[in-house]
Design a protein around this ligand. Structure first.
Ligand SMILES: [Zn+2]
Length: 331
């Protein structure tokens, strides 16, 4: 079953009234967040997502059992890293690669196509691809403006990121929305630009500003729906839901100790293992997140916890190729 995605009421409210255009970019996030507090209480309990586990879609989906059989082990894990900053690109990435190699593990890095902070080195990317690492596009710019731009500019950013991804010759064309800012037409634009996969929708989102209590409610990949006029169409872009809480969320939103973070990750991963689902992590190589050397030991511990749980470890590109073979996308 596929879930129709509607941006949260506050986001729609701001955008529909065109209020958002008159608010400087720097404070829009807090504006949207403030609106969230005042959003109508119409959303019933069943519409609110539970955090950190919300399995409503999986309970309703008749194909869940078949999806559970996909893995070569009890469950799947994809480690992803969104590279937001210069230090994350120049320092954090290589450190993560070293730590992952030591555990015989590969990951998917999502890089900003035209970052204001770093220039992508094709040789560096290609050498990592040769070693089994994977890449997706983390938007055109990482400036927090995407969801507030006119539709034509949103579409152009997605198209320009695709062009850059193709130039880099990546194993597949994938997308991770900057700051996980999803919009109503994003899936349509990704579909039209020819992306193979997207990984921008958490299963349950408690902390992305403006998107609190949204989420796809599934720990399995799926083909999302998008709107064309009055109708819904199913996209061949494979949605890979972000099913694990981000390092950012646990550090700054919940303000957990590293020990508690590891416990939360283990608990949710154990749950996903018990359901035969896919655990998708976002750990940032940036200095304010797990890219800071002070967190490297905890990152090693996390890799250790993952290895001990004995999942099938994949990249987004590998998963997409195999998933589409087993569950062909709509044509
Ligand atoms: Zn990011």
């Amino acid at each position: 079953m596929d879930i129709k995605y509607e941006p949260p009421a506050a986001m729609q409210f701001g955008i529909n009234l065109k209020l958002i255009e008159y608010i400087p970019y720097q404070i829009r996030n807090s504006f949207v967040s403030m609106l969230s507090l005042f959003r109508q209480k119409s959303s019933s309990e069943s519409e609110r997502r539970k955090f950190p586990i919300d399995d409503l879609a999986d309970r309703l989906d008749p194909s869940t059992d078949e999806k559970r059989e996909f893995w070569q082990k009890d469950f799947g894990v994809i480690m992803t890293h969104d590279v937001d900053t210069r230090i994350g690109y120049e320092y954090g990435m290589s450190k993560f690669v070293d730590m992952e190699r030591a555990e015989d593990l590969v990951s998917t890095f999502n890089i900003v196509a035209e970052s204001f902070e770093y220039d992508i080195s094709e040789d560096f990317i290609k050498s990592l691809v040769r070693d089994g690492f994977d890449f997706g596009m983390h938007g055109l710019h990482h400036d927090g403006k995407f969801a507030f731009l006119p539709v034509s500019e949103q579409r152009k950013r997605i198209e320009d990121s695709a062009t850059r991804g193709r130039e880099l010759g990546l194993p597949s064309l994938g997308y991770r929305a900057p700051m996980l800012h999803r919009t109503k037409l994003m899936i349509r634009h990704l579909t039209e630009a020819g992306y193979d996969w997207d990984s921008s929708f958490p299963d349950t989102d408690d902390s992305t500003i403006g998107y609190e209590s949204t989420g796809s409610r599934t720990i399995f990949p799926f083909y999302p729906l998008f709107r064309v006029g009055e109708d819904w169409q199913q996209s061949p872009v494979l949605e890979i839901p972000v099913s694990m809480p981000q390092d950012w969320t646990l550090l700054y939103y919940y303000r957990l100790s590293e020990e508690s973070m590891l416990r939360v990750w283990k608990k949710k991963m154990d749950y996903i293992k018990s359901k035969g689902g896919l655990a998708v992590f976002i750990i940032h190589p940036d200095p304010e997140d797990f890219g800071h050397p002070k967190y490297h030991n905890s990152y090693r511990s996390l890799l250790n916890i993952i290895k001990k749980a004995d999942p099938e470890i994949l990249t987004c590109s590998e998963l997409t190729k195999r998933w589409k073979k087993k569950f062909p996308p709509p044509t």
